[in-house]
Design a protein around this ligand. Structure first.
Ligand code: NAI
Length: 342
């Protein structure tokens, strides 16, 4: 889907008169943690969307410069900066989609769960403000560990009496982006054609690419399946190690998150053909949350694509069973974190 437009004007072509221009859809998007490694390039990509009328950039510091910089791009959305807790409520009022990449990233040797203590508090505080100021918005949680921060967000929204499970998404798009890239490379396929559903969660072995459901249909040897699966599961760590202490994936993550934002906006705008993977409340397994392919509509999750779970290979079935204990523990850790603070 090529919906990002760099607004170029062709030479010798008259700029259409105001009347002739199709009215653009106008959605407001807030990025919480907008001055960070993910937040900056993500905000740039969202600034390129024709579906956005206002881009609210929130961070605890350094967001004024980011907003001033982005505001010079001649794309439709208005960029507004919000700094610190006292401006958080205003950053959220009237917003349709809230994206949360606030928090600390991994350093070499760390698991996503090592981030729990810091990021759990950040996500809790931010989602409380979302509940108070834009309870109807789609919420995209990027801050890790996603397997725990999404249950935290759900508990906070429940406490506030505004939880709509169809509108809370853990962003796992990067796992799909990586799976698509690695499969296309491995099989010498045209990248644009490849789509691999990735299910489960967003950490280590909880990330399960369903290679048997890849489009186009491709056959893999057992060795290829094993090495591709492990590479997709550890791709984040590949980046953490390459950055050697300077953080984790930011640019590919921004790309993936921007794709998920654009998909959400298209769904809000009435496009009836929007499918993405995301970590959501789900009854596809006995666990309360699970990532899978979903159809997104105007009201959020419209359908969980259960067909992806039929006819799994033996490898996939085993991996699916094997990931559940870890995922269950991470989900419960998130829920307990909020309950303890009641
Ligand atoms: P970063 O450290 O570069 O940026 C984080 C930003 O959050 C900073 O600008 C910081 O000021 C801000 N922040 C901290 N506390 C805040 C608060 N209370 N309110 C608002 N903003 C606050 O980190 P980076 O690389 O951008 O990563 C952010 C998060 O995204 C990390 O938790 C990382 O693990 C996660 N991540 C998730 C991925 C996914 O696939 N879901 C992939 C890669 C990273």
């Amino acid at each position: 889907h090529h919906t990002f437009v760099a607004r170029s004007q062709k030479l010798n072509q008259p700029v259409p008169s105001k009347k002739a221009v199709q009215p653009q859809a106008s959605y407001k998007v807030a990025v919480l943690g907008a001055a960070g490694g993910i937040g900056q390039p993500l905000s740039l990509l969202i600034k390129m969307s024709p579906l956005v009328s206002a881009l609210h950039l929130y961070d605890i510091a350094n967001v004024k410069g980011v907003a001033a910089d982005l505001s010079h791009c001649n794309t439709p959305s208005k960029v507004i900066d919000f700094t610190g807790a006292s401006e958080l409520a205003n950053a959220l009022k009237g917003v349709n989609v809230v994206v949360i990449p606030a928090g600390v990233p991994r350093k070499p040797g760390m698991t996503r769960d090592d981030l729990f203590n810091i990021n759990a508090n950040i996500v809790k505080t931010l989602v409380e403000a979302v509940a108070d100021n834009c309870p109807d918005a789609f919420i995209h949680v990027i801050s890790n560990p996603v397997n725990s921060t999404v249950p935290i967000a759900a508990e906070v929204l429940k406490q506030k009496g505004v939880y709509d499970p169809k509108k809370l998404f853990g962003v796992t798009t990067l796992d799909v982006v990586r799976a698509n890239t690695f499969v296309a490379q491995n099989k010498d396929l045209k990248l644009i054609d490849v789509d691999v559903p990735v299910v489960g969660g967003h950490a280590g072995i909880t990330i399960l690419p369903l290679l048997s459901k890849a489009k186009p249909t491709v056959s893999f040897t057992d060795e290829e399946i094993e090495s591709l699966t492990v590479r997709i599961q550890n791709a984040g760590t590949e980046v953490v190690e390459a950055k050697a202490g300077a953080g984790s994936a930011t640019l590919s993550m921004a790309y993936a998150a921007a794709r998920f934002v654009e998909s959400s906006l298209r769904a809000l705008d009435g496009d009836g053909d929007v499918y993405e993977c995301a970590f959501i409340q789900s009854d596809i397994t006995e666990l309360p949350f699970f990532a899978s392919r979903i159809k997104i509509g105007k009201k959020g999750v419209e359908e969980v694509i259960s067909a992806d779970f039929q006819g799994l290979t033996e490898y996939e079935q085993k991996a699916l069973q094997a990931l559940k204990p870890e995922l269950k523990e991470s989900i419960e850790k998130g829920i307990k974190f909020v309950e303890k603070q009641k």
